[in-house]
Design a protein around this ligand. Structure first.
Ligand code: 5CA
Length: 451
């Protein structure tokens, strides 16, 4: 992409409504624009990152054997009346009536709809295990939408639902989700710690939230600092192996880590004092096992090998896809702007031409652009006739992890400058070596193709 042809409405001033850094930078970098309280348009740069995050989530869900599909945003109220949640959900549910006066709602989550699909088509244990998921917009009429995409009213969520014959099988599905979530967050450059939590309106008392530690997080968390030493890394996992998935769950959840809803002071005090931490965190996902809560209410039964009918065991598993943009920025920024992790960056590399219009500099930038594109990468070339300071400020704000700077002086010596956004360090290299280095860096990151 050439910046002169892109749509990147960068703001010079700090927007006064933004109280936290991620909201501020998303507005300033032209990623989002508020359309109503807690509802945003995703401008091209924000949309690009949203799609990268979504791609990672899809890839990791499919890797775990979960099946993608798509359900609508608008739902009939009937199923919710059947499950009893139409009244329970309260003011957070946006209720609508259509021209025939039928009760509809904008889905805050999809347990009812998916259970209805299941009961219509599956009746035997032979079709299990089954995990279906989708990534779709949700609406919750939050009393206080705030912090930009962090607590929106309309937000983008991955929600997955497992159907199993027995509790043991459903717990394996739970563990599979935990593993796939650890992998997903790490690919996004995040550490998200599973913590014992509360079931809330989804239900069930076996649930973990995934929290990214950040001072601006809305949740208060209590944990043993040893949990922050754990990483999943690139270890191989067999998602069909009950032992392997259970092993990961035990490794990542045996140390004390809880949100304030389930915090137990006596248990916490058993953690050695120097490792006890009280902090704040951003909830970027939650997994639930709730057994037969919905299958009983909606009559979703399966026939077992013994011929008997029994309600299917279920859980649901969510990732806050749009919230993740905010969480990643909270975890990775400095006073100049965002610092995208390689796994989700909107463009892989910036190219800054210090002297637009200079034949040699223009030609060098064009050939860098072509070489990076040919290698399957997406550069963002700042080809505007602007002064260098302004170009650097824009690149720093939008946070591309790598920048190649091209100017007539360097070209005389056959070099361009490669700069890391994270460390600020620069090195002079031939254009070919700079491209080679960027290609090598991204060889280790499977980033989705952008939009
Ligand atoms: N049905 C279950 C699991 S699929 C469910 O809805 N879980 S949830 O309520 O925990 O939501 C899943 C994730 O969506 C949360 O962990 C959070 O990251 C994100 N989320 C929830 N509410 C909002 C909101 N108002 N704005 C942005 N993200 C949100």
């Amino acid at each position: 992409m050439r910046l002169s042809r892109y749509f990147l409405p960068v703001l010079k001033e700090n927007p006064s409504e933004a109280q936290i850094v991620s909201h501020r930078y998303m507005l300033r970098a032209g990623m989002i624009k508020q359309s109503a309280a807690g509802i945003y348009s995703w401008l091209p740069l924000g949309f690009k990152v949203l799609k990268k995050i979504e791609t990672i989530v899809h890839e990791e869900q499919m890797r775990a054997g979960h099946i993608p599909m798509l359900m609508p945003t608008l739902q009939s109220a009937d199923l919710w009346k059947e499950s009893g949640r139409y009244d329970d959900y309260g003011q957070e549910m946006l209720r609508i009536s259509d021209r025939h006066g039928r009760d509809m709602l904008y889905g805050p989550t999809n347990e009812e709809l998916i259970t209805d699909i299941f009961r219509s088509h599956v009746g035997s244990y032979k079709d299990l295990p089954l995990t279906l998921y989708h990534i779709q917009w949700k609406f919750r009429d939050e009393i206080r939408p705030r912090f930009g995409v962090m607590r929106g009213r309309e937000f983008y969520m991955k929600d997955g639902y497992n159907f199993d014959l027995t509790k043991e099988d459903a717990l394996h599905a739970y563990n599979r989700h935990l593993v796939s979530y650890l992998r997903s967050y790490e690919r996004m450059g995040l550490q998200a710690i599973p913590m014992r939590a509360d079931g809330g309106p989804i239900g069930g008392d076996y649930t973990h939230e995934f929290l990214v530690l950040a001072d601006t997080g809305e949740s208060e968390v209590f944990y043993d600092s040893a949990v922050t030493d754990l990483t999943f890394g690139d270890r191989a996992i067999d998602y069909d192996s009950v032992e392997q998935c259970q092993g990961v769950l035990e490794e990542f959840t045996s140390k004390y880590a809880r949100t304030d809803e389930t915090h137990d002071e006596a248990l916490f005090n058993e953690v050695p004092e120097e490792r006890r931490r009280v902090a704040r965190g951003i909830e970027v996902g939650q997994i639930f096992y709730f057994g037969t809560k919905y299958s009983e209410a909606l009559g979703a039964n399966v026939q077992g090998p013994d011929g008997k009918q029994s309600p299917v065991h279920m859980g649901s598993h969510g990732i806050g896809v749009s919230r993740l943009l905010g969480a990643i920025i909270e975890a990775s920024h400095d006073d100049k702007g965002i610092i995208w992790p390689e796994g989700v960056t909107p463009f892989h590399c910036g190219i800054v031409n210090l002297k637009q219009g200079d034949a040699e500099a223009d030609a060098a930038c064009e050939s860098l652009y072509e070489a990076l594109t040919a290698a399957g990468l997406e550069p963002l070339y700042d080809d505007r006739k602007e002064r260098a300071g302004g170009k650097f400020a824009t690149m720093d704000l939008i946070g591309l992890p790598w920048r190649i700077t091209v100017g007539p002086r360097g070209l005389k010596n056959g070099v361009v400058e490669l700069t890391s956004r994270r460390s600020g360090e620069s090195e002079e290299l031939s254009p070919e070596a700079a491209v080679q280095k960027i290609v090598e860096i991204y060889a280790n990151h499977q980033t989705g193709r952008g939009f």
